[in-house]
Write a protein that binds this ligand. Structure first.
Ligand SMILES: O=C(O)C(=O)Cc1ccccc1
Length: 315
């Protein structure tokens, strides 16, 4: 559009990460300005400072679970808002400097989630190789090109960009592994409601009360809201203190989600709203508790209205 400046995006870099691949699936990012950040905290700080409008960072993976650094930034860092989620199936290759023989590989580098996703392959083909963590899969390719490690488990684009040679292809243990990325902006109006949305929250529970977590979960269950994820993170105060990152079906604009969130506000030590955004996949079917369908809620509200209005039929 003429006159509208292109949007600025950052992602976990350097170029060639799975985060960049995921970002490129968004038309606004394809047409916008994209700058890599060296780490997740750097990407999110670029959003906080206003240097870019949005950052795409990995949040969790179907094999290894949460990306701790992203969860901690969202839970404890200066507030940010999730406006999109993107799911990406990733494919790993093993890349080395030209001439490297697979048998001579002693060190393999990747993002911790990359290492977790090639574990079985490594055990079978390189059982004695040392595994080294880097801040991204693409960073591993850069480090291999520099001579720091013998091989990187990364995307083909990352290996090729560093002029590395493919030593083994498709080394991921699971062809169905999915990584979930989130697009994060500065706090503001939540993304538009689509009717198939997710809401992310952080609940800081009162640790001195038995059943505090149960009370949190009950706020969702009694309203027929499905929790699609619950993750505990240490609060870093001392051992045994956690906060809970929750994803539930629905949008903050929905009555039931709004009521559940108000419930948390009443019973938790603190609550942080992380965003409502379209679900990347249709929500899986689930069975509601009896009496928690939309029709049940509408019926109960109508019944109460009648009582308040003094209607004679109180059936
Ligand atoms: O390092 C990357 O390429 C990322 O985007 C994070 C990541 C790491 C491993 C699997 C999927 C995503």
């Amino acid at each position: 559009m003429p006159g509208v400046p292109p949007q600025r995006f950052t992602y976990l870099g350097p170029e060639g990460t799975f985060a960049e691949q995921a970002l490129l699936t968004l038309p606004a990012a394809r047409n916008g300005v994209r700058e890599p950040s060296a780490t997740v905290p750097e990407a999110l700080d670029a959003v906080r400072s206003g240097a870019v409008g949005a950052a795409l960072v990995p949040l969790e993976n179907s094999v290894e679970g949460a990306v701790g650094v992203t969860l901690d930034e969202l839970a404890y860092g200066a507030p940010l808002l999730i406006t999109r989620e993107l799911l990406l199936q990733v494919r790993f290759g093993l890349f080395g400097r030209p001439g490297t023989k697979l048998e001579s590989v002693r060190t393999v580098a990747s993002h911790p989630h990359g290492l977790a996703q090639v574990r079985a392959w490594m055990r079978k083909h390189l059982p004695d190789a040392e595994q080294r963590s880097t801040s991204s899969t693409s960073d591993a390719a850069v480090a291999v090109a520099r001579g720091d490690f013998d091989a990187a488990a990364c995307a083909a684009v990352a290996g090729e960009r560093q002029r590395l040679e493919l030593l083994a292809d498709d080394i991921g243990d699971s062809s169905t592994a999915v990584t979930r990325f989130v697009l994060v902006t500065r706090p503001g109006r939540p993304a538009e409601r689509t009717g198939d949305d997710l809401t992310s929250l952080v609940a800081f529970i009162a640790h001195d009360r038995a059943g505090a977590l149960l009370e949190v979960l009950t706020e969702f269950a009694v309203r027929g809201l499905n929790l699609t994820r619950i993750e505990s993170r240490p609060t870093k105060e001392r051992l045994g203190r956690y906060c809970f990152l929750l994803d539930c079906s629905g949008h903050i604009a929905d009555d039931r989600v709004g009521e559940a969130v108000m419930g948390l506000r009443r019973i938790c030590a603190d609550v942080r709203f992380l965003g409502s955004y379209p679900a990347a996949e249709p929500s899986p079917p689930y069975t509601r508790r009896p009496g928690t369908s939309d029709a049940d809620f509408a019926d109960a509200a109508g019944w109460l209205r009648q009582i308040r209005d003094g209607a004679t039929d109180r059936g």
